[in-house]
Design a protein around this ligand. Structure first.
Ligand code: 0PR
Length: 392
């Protein structure tokens, strides 16, 4: 550490130099991320309220009330009423809290298990490891959709929870949430939906007349939903969200923190000190965009996703893994050859995509920062690479 501090201008210059190797959203290089540039107005609001700490909500009662209002407002968009919950550091924390709830609600189960599709995000493996839960992973069918009968066969007397995904990490697919709901009906099994990515797309796709199957609180047995502002919500990084139907769950499973300056309260969180600024910013983002604004952003992403998908079908040697349902495009080879070389060559040209070796696909997430000219350049490079690698 320096003995004497530097001037602001000097520090900013050093920082610029040190960070110049970071990829930027506006360059178009970032094709495989689920994050994007937050809405400008959101950033402005965030900076203004950066010191609010919801780890001690009694000190920030206005912010705490605003969080409750926002959770409830979004809960209504997800087909619920009087929904409770919390904003988190991201989908991983939200999923971890949901898995803890599933376990806590069934203290009678000594060796708790959770059934979920094999396509579930890695955060469930982390949660299982931390919570001592055994995961039972259901297979997918040839078309990457969940094999429901395998899913059902994995449920047993130790099952405390099941998970359905509304927007899978690899392909943006929606599991048959209604069918899973029917399978667990009348059983004391907690049903969590991971819509970390899909949460802030699906309601707007539906309003754009896309055919979206029921995935949210409209399905009776759904107990909680993860949906992240810092993905398609254009929120500040980091911000995730957990939405819970039954308000008694907080009393049943929350942690009691008795000594805080703002007074005693109960909460679900893994963290203590917790940003209020990201939540206030998301409140402002929702107010600023409204349904119309979100619909327009989602519409543009889908137009671009369909544009890319069509170009992929025209290139010999590669094909779509599935028709995109959301703004996620999975690309695989026609002859089953590994996609690893293609991905490596693309990376050399600074196209940063996700690679899913289990499914042999590369993933483009058509986030709002990707514009038509990025896609055209990407296709040009992709075509050249396929020729060079002689993929047929
Ligand atoms: N659930 C689903 C369905 C997800 O896709 C993700 C993350 C999570 C939960 C966990 O969310 P957090 O990362 O907020 O904890 N999905 C992205 C992915 O794995 C995360 C990501 C984002 C990866 C940006 C890369 C990247 O550049 O693809």
């Amino acid at each position: 550490m320096l003995e004497e501090g530097l001037k602001k201008q000097e520090i900013l210059k050093i920082l610029e130099e040190k960070l110049k190797n970071d990829f930027t959203y506006e360059s178009g290089s970032i094709l495989g991320s689920m994050c994007t540039e937050p809405l400008e107005f959101g950033k402005e609001v965030y900076l203004k309220y950066i010191s609010k700490n919801l780890g001690d909500p009694g000190l920030f009662l206005g912010t705490a009330t605003l969080e409750e209002e926002l959770i409830s407002e979004i809960g209504e968009i997800f087909g619920g009423q009087n929904i409770i919950g919390t904003f988190t550091t991201g989908g991983s924390e939200a999923n971890l809290i949901a898995m803890r709830i599933a376990k806590k609600l069934r203290p009678d189960i000594k060796k708790p298990e959770v059934v979920l599709p094999i396509s579930a995000h890695i955060s469930f493996d982390k949660a299982a490891d931390l919570l001592g839960i055994k995961l039972r992973k259901a297979k997918l069918k040839g078309n990457y959709e969940l094999d429901l009968s395998d899913f059902e066969s994995l449920i047993n007397k130790n099952t405390c929870g099941v998970v359905g995904i509304a927007g899978t990490t690899s392909l943006g697919l929606i599991d048959p949430i209604e069918d899973i709901g029917k399978i667990i009906e009348g059983k004391s099994i907690f049903f969590h939906i991971d819509a970390a990515f899909g949460g802030f797309i699906l309601p707007f796709l539906k309003k754009l007349n896309y055919n979206i199957p029921p995935w949210d609180f409209n399905v009776k047995s759904v107990g909680s939903i993860t949906a992240d502002p810092h993905k398609m919500g254009l929120g500040i990084i980091p911000s995730g969200g957990l939405f819970i139907r039954d308000e008694s769950i907080l009393q049943k499973t929350g942690f009691e923190v008795p000594y805080l300056a703002g007074g005693n309260f109960k909460h679900f969180h893994i963290v203590g000190t917790r940003p209020g600024g990201t939540i206030i910013a998301f409140w402002a983002i929702l107010k600023s965009l409204g349904i119309k604004g979100f619909k327009e952003i989602v519409r543009r992403c889908m137009v671009n996703a369909h544009f890319l998908a069509e170009r992929i079908t025209e290139i010999e040697g590669i094909k779509l893994a599935t028709d995109p349902i959301m703004n996620v495009v999975g690309i695989t080879t026609e002859n089953g050859e590994s996609i690893c070389n293609i991905e490596e060559e693309l990376r050399k040209k600074n196209w940063m995509l996700g690679k899913f070796t289990d499914f042999n696909l590369i993933r483009v997430v058509m986030m709002p920062h990707i514009v038509r000219e990025h896609i055209i350049k990407f296709i040009e490079d992709l075509e050249k690479i396929i020729k060079k690698l002689k993929i047929t």
